[in-house]
Design a protein around this ligand. Structure first.
Ligand code: 5AD
Ligand code: SF4
Length: 445
């Protein structure tokens, strides 16, 4: 029997879908070792905190949670506390963890997730702490198990890392340079998922548009080629992807939206700012006009495409006029939804050194104006759905209500409607009754 058999584990995940998916992999590997997942860290023998360095306040929440593990360690001498993820790719964070939270047993980063079970066994067997971090690896480790959060939809990494070095962003430092998986490996994984009841896959990468996988004959498969190949997989119903960098969005990909039935008419296209001068300082490599042109082309090719975005407010040096350019871009595009971020300093990035940081009160004031405008746009867009019939993949029961199902339209809109739980996993026709700011409600047709 291995030393992990029967151990109870709990994973706490902060951050983006990439992190959620890493947690699915960690969970899959632990299950393979005979461990059992428990819903609450208080009941666990092993807690893993998967950290994020992008989201605001992620570090405060992380250190707060880490503090709570001390009492679990006291209660159970065999208890093991592990931390992993993006934050652990930064030396100053590791130093803080080691110094102030000495009860942590294992620290590992984003490049060596596959070694986690082995590290854990070492800790059980040798009773010593392990710190396995930092180095970027050359090759991608294939074939790791995964325990999915949803039965009928899955996340599939197609590439890792980022080469873009936007001046505010820590990701290129924590996730390393871009590496693409081979298309055959991705297709095999998706086929296996489909055989296991998955209807929808979301392809993940920091910038999927620069995907370049190597075919068996040595030629290159670009992102649009990959979509065409996935579109041919029998039994797969929906393909989504995130995230797209506007500078790399090709006409070929826009054509793929037209040609590939399974590619959902939805794109997350982070703009970050509506001002060309701010975009230049952010090192985004496109202008406001180029972004708007992309939106125009997407809508010309796919009239009902839904578009979401990310926007940063209060980037160093952002003037009121530049901020107003963001407002006017938001009005012009009329996003279906948007994630808004207050600019916050990330140690080690170029923008952290810029001297013209924006005062917090100004950032907040701009943020509120922006959110109001975005919500107005989302409500207006969602109202247009009233009376339409949408194809909805039923994801599960609503958290709020026992006889309510919840699912997503092709355009990624959340819909609540009454129905039976037997429908989970099916794609059903739902007539939309109300369009609200953040979701729709409807009834089965
Ligand atoms: N401050 C605020 N927002 C940031 N993002 C990335 N880095 C920062 C930062 N330092 C946002 C960007 C990105 C999203 C995932 O997080 O908008 O698209
Ligand atoms: Fe960060 Fe820019 Fe890379 Fe996105 S594209 S992960 S914002 S550096």
């Amino acid at each position: 029997m291995n030393s992990l058999e029967g151990k109870k584990y709990n994973i706490i995940t902060f951050g983006c879908q990439m992190n959620e998916h890493d947690s699915e992999t960690i969970s899959g590997m632990l299950r393979e070792k005979g461990c059992v997942e428990v819903p609450d860290k208080e009941e666990s023998d092993i807690t893993i905190i998967n950290t994020c360095s992008i989201r605001e306040n992620a570090d405060k929440r992380f250190f707060g949670t880490l503090g709570q593990l001390k009492k679990l360690k006291k209660k159970n001498p065999d208890y093991i506390a592990c931390v992993c993820g993006c934050m652990m790719q930064q030396q100053h964070i590791i130093d803080t963890v080691k110094e102030k939270y000495p009860w942590v047993d294992i620290i590992f980063g984003t490049h060596n997730i596959h070694r986690f079970p082995e590290l854990l066994e070492n800790v059980y067997n040798e009773k010593q702490k392990v710190m396995e971090i930092l180095e970027d690896r050359e090759e991608i480790v294939e074939g790791l198990p995964s325990k999915r959060l949803y039965r009928h939809k899955a996340f599939v990494n197609i590439m890792y890392g980022c080469n873009n070095f936007c001046t505010y962003c820590i990701v290129p430092y924590t996730r390393g340079r871009e590496k693409s998986r081979k298309p055959d490996d991705i297709i095999d994984e998706v086929k296996r998922l489909v055989a296991d009841d998955v209807k929808e896959v979301t392809l993940l990468g920091q910038n999927v548009n620069s995907y370049k996988g190597e075919n068996t004959d040595g030629s290159i498969c670009d992102f649009a080629d990959l979509i065409y190949r996935l579109n041919d997989i029998d039994g797969l119903e929906r393909i989504r992807f995130m995230t797209s960098h506007p500078k790399d969005l090709s006409d070929k990909l826009i054509q793929a939206f037209v040609d590939c039935r399974k590619l959902c008419n939805y794109i997350h296209l982070p703009v970050q700012s509506g001002s060309s001068s701010v975009l230049k300082k952010m090192n985004r490599k496109y202008t406001r006009e180029q972004y708007l042109e992309l939106v125009r082309k997407l809508r010309a090719a796919v009239p009902d495409i839904t578009i979401s975005t990310d926007i940063i407010v209060g980037f160093p040096g952002e003037t009121e006029e530049e901020f107003e350019e963001t407002l006017s871009l938001v009005k012009e595009v009329c996003y279906d939804s948007a994630f808004t971020f207050l600019y916050s300093v990330r140690k080690g990035t170029p923008a952290a050194e810029y001297e013209d940081q924006i005062p917090e009160d100004v950032k907040h004031e701009r943020f509120n104006r922006l959110v109001d405008l975005i919500n107005e746009g989302s409500a207006a867009k969602n109202a247009l759905y009233e009376g339409r019939t949408e194809k909805v993949l039923v994801e599960g029961m609503s958290k709020k209500n026992d006889d309510t199902l919840t699912g997503r339209t092709e355009g990624f809109k959340l819909v609540d409607f009454e129905g039976d739980k037997d429908m989970i996993g099916q794609i059903v026709d739902v007539e939309i009754l109300h369009g609200r700011t953040f979701s729709l409600t409807g009834r089965i047709k």
